[in-house]
Design a binder for this molecule. Structure first.
Ligand SMILES: Cc1cc2nc3c(=O)[nH]c(=O)nc-3n(C[C@H](O)[C@H](O)[C@H](O)COP(=O)(O)OP(=O)(O)OC[C@H]3O[C@@H](n4cnc5c(N)ncnc54)[C@H](O)[C@@H]3O)c2cc1C
Length: 278
């Protein structure tokens, strides 16, 4: 099978890129590792208040809408099919369902929460959203590790679900003041700490659950070595990486402030840039 544009990753960036390329008449194939499209939005049971013109939808409903949009337009897509290897020039893409040839390859594989050496379990959530909501926190002490926006946001959600959160931040918290002010009643311990997942203790103090909020890291398909900036794929203003013909969009890139809207917009910019070269 020969496909012109292969997009790896069906989050907002990859979906937007695929929809636009498809509507612009390109021969495109979207490949998503999970069985549903939507990317990180699949993790979010919270209402997404940040997409202009979209109201009253949780992140999970936004994800479902992205999936439905691709299906309704008949965009060629492989769900539940990870890209396992890409040739160094981005032209040969290996998936669980075989190899495909690409004239252009788009990295839209997004980011994942950093684990910091912890292992996800019934008592340990890595990253915000669904995993945190699955923790049993009622009347229980919960250690939230990290000092960014997600740590403070998630500590608030734990408190609001009847848990007893403590935030541990190695350095002075970076979370925006607004979020810090919202949990003025929650203890915030600043300084070095020792968190032991086996004993479920932090600095020797027992906790029923940990929420690990150590930020995110880019997910780059194996075999590709594009130039990076601070761990994220460096792109020019058209979204092309240092590898000719290999583009990237959304949260996997060094793009300024990714969210659903900007990631999708970035995917569209890449689609337009590629369509001009077809
Ligand atoms: C809990 C939570 C709540 C959020 N709330 C909001 C909000 O309210 N508003 C907002 O605007 N943003 C929100 N965000 C951020 C938003 O979800 C992201 O900015 C956005 O999803 C990034 O889109 P993306 O397409 O770049 O990457 P991602 O969403 O990360 O999508 C990347 C996709 O690539 C797939 N993939 C990875 N590797 C491979 C591979 N090898 N082969 C095939 N597929 C692969 C992944 O499975 C994933 O589906 C939230 C994020 C989280 C975690």
């Amino acid at each position: 099978m020969t496909e012109r544009v292969i997009i790896a990753g069906g989050g907002p960036a990859g979906v937007a890129c695929a929809i636009w390329l498809h509507k612009l008449g390109a021969d495109v194939l979207l490949i998503e590792a999970q069985d549903r499209l939507g990317g990180l939005q699949r993790r979010s049971p919270y209402e997404n208040l940040w997409i202009p013109g979209v109201q009253g939808r949780t992140g999970q409903q936004v994800a479902a809408a992205l999936d439905a949009h691709v299906a309704a337009l008949g965009v060629p897509v492989l769900r539940g099919c990870a890209v396992t290897q890409v040739s160094a020039d981005g032209r040969r893409v290996t998936t669980a369902q075989g190899d495909v040839e690409a004239r252009f390859f788009v990295i839209a594989t997004g980011s994942r929460p950093r684990s910091g050496g912890f292992t996800a379990s019934a008592k340990v959530a890595i990253g915000p959203g669904e995993a945190m909501e699955a923790l049993d926190v009622l009347d229980k002490p919960v250690a939230v590790l990290g000092g960014g926006d997600n740590a403070f946001d998630q500590a608030r959600f734990v408190r609001d679900r009847g848990g007893r959160p403590t935030v541990f931040s190695r350095t002075p918290p970076r979370a925006q003041n607004l979020l810090q002010d919202m949990i003025a009643d929650v203890p915030v311990i600043v300084g070095p700490y020792e968190a032991d997942q086996t004993a479920m203790t932090v600095n020797g103090e027992p906790f029923a659950a940990f929420g690990v909020m150590y930020g995110f890291e880019a997910v780059i398909p194996d075999g590709l070595t594009p130039e990076l900036d601070n761990g994220y794929v460096k792109v020019d203003r058209f979204g092309e990486t240092s590898l000719p013909g290999v583009y990237a969009c959304g949260e996997v890139t060094d793009y300024w402030h990714p969210c659903v809207t900007t990631s999708a917009a970035h995917g569209i910019q890449v689609a337009k840039a590629i369509s001009r070269r077809l």
